[in-house]
Design a protein around this ligand. Structure first.
Ligand code: VGL
Ligand code: ZN
Length: 216
């Protein structure tokens, strides 16, 4: 069913599916509550977008965002890194591991790009566009402009971290940006979901239900 003023994805629209990887799904190292609930709506959405990009969190062993790299620290505490405050996580999405693989339940054979991020040992990257130092670019912005896209639709895991940061950076880059809520789930650690909602609203990111997308 489609609510009023449906959005019909066209050639200048791209769906970015964020971090739907085993470690963020039930049983994974950093399982997002109800994370597997995103897969069905994402598969439906992907069928109506001609252009789909996937992101993949992709950390080297001993990454600076892992609590295990900071003696005495535990997951979900924070520490100060050269670029600022960093939430510390359980080891997750280590390059080449099964936990880092994209879910096999995704049905998006036509995805055009898999963008890996978080591969610099000392810098996290929630966003698909810019690392946590807020300076190092992944190249995604240039890619999307070069492809001629105008609107960016984001969904995936986790709503309050990688999906929100990706959407915020898409908006900052000048794309008309949508976050598809029912195709995303949050970690919600220490007020992160409420903060993300505030930031998204302030940035003019449109938060929508997948029922707004024609055919999804
Ligand atoms: C993510 C925490 C650490 C995410 C990635 O995909 O939202 N969250 N790394
Ligand atoms: Zn990560």
């Amino acid at each position: 069913m489609t609510a009023g003023n449906a959005i019909k994805p066209g050639d200048d629209d791209v769906l970015i599916v964020v971090d739907v990887q085993n470690d963020f799904l039930p049983g994974g190292a950093l399982a997002v509550p109800d994370g597997d609930a995103v897969i069905a709506p994402i598969n439906r959405l992907a069928k109506v977008f001609r252009h789909v990009v996937l992101t993949q969190d992709w950390h080297p062993k001993g990454h600076a965002s892992f609590a295990s790299s900071h003696p005495g620290k535990r997951p979900f505490e924070t520490t100060e890194l050269p670029y600022g405050s960093q939430v510390l996580w359980p080891d997750h999405c280590v390059q080449g591991t099964q936990g880092a693989e994209l879910s096999r339940d995704l049905e998006i054979p036509h995805a055009q790009l898999v963008l890996r991020k978080g591969y610099n040992a000392g810098i996290d990257s929630y966003s698909g566009f810019k690392e946590a130092d807020r300076q190092t670019a992944t190249g995604l912005e240039g890619y999307l402009w070069a492809r001629g896209f105008r609107r960016v639709f984001c969904a995936g895991l986790a709503l309050d971290f990688c999906v929100a940061w990706t959407a915020l950076d898409a908006a900052a880059a000048g794309f008309e940006t949508y976050l598809i809520e029912d195709a995303s789930r949050a970690i919600d650690a220490n007020g992160s979901l409420e903060k993300a909602r505030r930031d998204l609203e302030a940035a003019g990111v449109h938060t929508i239900a997948s029922t707004r997308i024609a055919g999804a």
